[in-house]
Design a protein around this ligand. Structure first.
Ligand code: NFS
Length: 671
């Protein structure tokens, strides 16, 4: 296959990214975009047809009926590759959850410098869910018990992981019947690895049965634990004003970009950056202070809680360094490219690794320890400030867009019903009447194999026009933020009439930012409450909703997709299909492809499909939503019925002559 070099217009739709890619070309610096163009993907491995789990191979199965040296068939190999990826994704999310649980334990025992329990109400609600006594106890005592309970979920051998008891009752019954309730988070990941060792589980559907159990241990285990504890320690998100894109970098301040996933360090860096000692230190270095911004899911964590701006999503990490304006990029875990170090060498930027689990060759390492977090955060900021004097020419794009993130499950409840009648009732009602056609969760990564941000925003725009309410997390959320869909009125011209009315009445943007990738667990709890509030069936698979990851690339995305399917959702993944096999040559789809779609749908009511074309993603989403509406006996979606109340009606009324306006507002006199 010939190598194809794309120009910046073809590589991304984002103007700031284009500008930086042009600069990279000029300077002869490689980026993930240019490396993707140079590296032709392996079509054998990419389609799941390569097995390298033992030393007799690697075996490449490219002909119909061919097997590996051990006799493994293509189905076995594809299923093994898929479950291993899911297990790695589940491990990454869950290990994050574990670290959060240990931090909570340290905070409860007064051993974590700088941290405190910020959301006592959420702590008490969760503790009560698990029968931990709350009356007459200090938050620290309750937190200590909750931390112990959560820590135990990882190494637990028998029983079920406790957060899963928060799923709808009917769903739990289904999981019990099929035998996929996760016993312990780590146990399921380990079993995935054991089953896929040479000479073990060799029936594709049996392997994939355990993939469901492993992924459920992530979504309703590790990830949900991570979200719960982040809210308890740093506050449950509520709307706040923020900004997104590379234009958030400043010429007159020390720029520190935090990148990765865990909020423990980044939250402390936020606190340290506002410390008078650090501000004075920065001023002494000739800067106006420290300007923090985020990349990837760390960006989402501090954006939705503190309004700290997001410099960009996954594919903008290297580009932020190309601006020449970043004194330090501080990274923890996940989605961090090794290429950052080579790029940083061309500028003055210091790459600082902080996790005991992640070092990058030639990067500076300042190890984070939650017991001395504030001290370490200040040390890191001083390294950045000391580096300010080495800054050369800068090229900061002008682009930045305002947004309002922070739509946690709890806030949506409050927003729709106030403190005393918090509820999802208005949302359910709007779906039932057809004002809102359905709900789509658009999540996940960027992938340089597609045009950066295009699949995310194209799917989002099309669904908004069709009155589909969109919730987003991760890099997808940052893509929408940059386009302005997360700012009330600003995004509304793209929105269908019924959804527009709801946005205007409730005062929400058409796309709700629900947090980082680990916070896809929030989407599970939202769907659960939609079921519990009634009118949309009695299980998640009955809701007219679809999940999409239009630019997926990470193993975590596969784990998320799988736990959403197991929870009843139809999930569409864009880009490459890791179980495509020889589908195009032998039949319409492989056995594994069929099983994760039709097979899983029979068992869980949700299905997983890999769809390359954006238009196809949109049409399958709408078909599924309409099918679910029909199954619930809801009226057929008809955009002509709505859009004549709320603000748009007021605009029409205000344009009328005085008498008619009065009549429209107050009725005819005497009537
Ligand atoms: Ni999630 Fe993808 Fe990474 Fe976050 Fe972005 S790349 S799977 S969205 S930052 S985890």
């Amino acid at each position: 296959m010939a190598k194809e070099k794309r120009n910046p217009e073809e590589q991304t739709i984002d103007p700031a990214t284009r500008q930086m890619l042009e600069l990279a070309d000029e300077l002869g610096i490689s980026t993930a975009f240019s490396r993707a163009d140079d590296m032709v993907p392996c079509n054998i491995g990419g389609a799941g047809m390569c097995c390298k789990i033992c030393g007799m191979g690697p075996c490449r199965l490219t002909k119909d009926g061919q097997t590996g040296v051990c006799g493994a068939t293509i189905d076995t190999i594809q299923a093994r590759n898929l479950i291993r990826a899911i297990a790695a994704g589940a491990a990454a999310h869950s290990d994050h959850g574990r670290d959060m649980a240990f931090t909570l334990k340290a905070v409860a025992n007064g051993e974590a410098e700088g941290y405190m329990i910020r959301d006592v109400a959420k702590l008490r609600t969760l503790a009560a869910d698990y029968d931990i006594p709350i009356e007459g106890r200090a938050p620290e005592e309750i937190a200590n018990d909750l931390a112990d309970l959560y820590i135990a979920q990882f190494g637990q051998q028998r029983g079920i992981v406790v957060p899963i008891t928060r799923a709808p009752a009917k769903r739990q019954e289904r999981w019990k019947k099929v035998g996929v309730l996760p016993r312990g988070v780590d146990r399921e990941v380990v079993e995935s690895l054991h089953r896929t060792h040479i000479g073990d589980d060799q029936e594709a559907t049996h392997i994939l049965h355990h993939a469901i159990r492993t992924a459920l241990g992530d979504g309703w285990g590790g990830s949900l634990i991570a979200t719960d504890i982040s809210d308890i320690l740093f506050g449950t998100p509520a709307p706040v004003l923020g900004q997104a894109n590379l234009g958030v970098l400043r010429t007159d301040m020390v720029n520190v970009v935090v990148h990765g996933h865990e909020p423990t360090l980044s939250e402390m860096i936020v606190a340290a950056s506002q410390d008078p000692e650090i501000i004075a230190y920065a001023e002494a270095a000739g800067a106006k202070g420290v300007n923090l911004s985020g990349i990837c899911c760390t960006a989402n964590e501090i954006l939705m809680r503190q309004g700290i701006p997001a410099a960009g999503n996954f594919l903008q990490q290297e580009l932020s360094i190309l601006t020449g304006a970043v004194e330090a990029m501080v990274v923890d875990v996940q989605c961090i490219m090794q290429a950052l170090v080579r790029t940083a060498e061309q500028f003055h930027t210091k790459i600082i690794t902080t996790s005991p689990k992640v070092k990058i060759k030639d990067a500076m390492h300042i190890e984070f320890d939650e017991h001395h977090a504030l001290t370490i955060a200040k040390e890191i900021l001083k390294v950045a400030i000391d580096n300010f004097k080495n800054r050369g020419e800068t090229h900061i794009p002008d682009d930045k867009t305002d947004l309002v993130p922070g739509f946690s499950h709890e806030y949506i409840n409050y927003m729709l019903g106030g403190s005393y009648r918090s509820s999802f009732r208005p949302l359910n009602d709007a779906i039932m009447t057809g004002r809102i056609r359905g709900v789509a969760a658009i999540v996940g990564c960027n992938n340089p194999r597609s045009q950066h941000d295009f699949p995310h925003t194209a799917v989002t725009e099309a669904l908004l026009r069709q009155d589909v309410l969109v919730v987003e997390t991760g890099c997808s959320a940052i893509a929408s933020a940059k386009k302005g869909y997360m700012l009330g009125e600003a995004g509304l011209e793209h929105v269908g009439p019924g959804l527009r009315e709801i946005c205007e009445t409730v005062g929400i943007p058409p796309v709700l930012h629900m947090g980082s990738c680990v916070d896809n667990s929030r989407i599970l709890t939202v769907l659960t409450q939609m079921v519990e509030d009634g009118g949309l069936g009695d299980d998640i698979d009955e809701i007219p909703a679809v999940g999409l990851a239009p630019e997926w690339m990470s193993e975590k995305a596969l784990s998320i997709a799988t736990y959403c399917v197991a929870s009843g959702a139809y999930v569409i993944m864009g880009g490459s299909n890791p179980v495509e096999g020889m589908a195009d040559r032998v039949s319409d789809s492989t056995i594994v492809e069929q099983y994760i779609s039709e097979g899983w749908e029979e068992l869980y009511g949700g299905k997983l499909e890999f769809v390359k074309e954006v238009d196809e993603m949109i049409s399958r989403t709408l078909d599924h939503i309409d099918k679910k509406r029909a199954a619930l006996g809801l009226p057929e979606y008809d955009p002509a019925r709505f859009g004549r109340s709320g603000d748009s009606r007021m605009i029409e009324i205000e344009a009328l002559p005085v008498e008619e306006r009065r009549a429209a507002l107050y009725g005819e006199p005497g009537k």
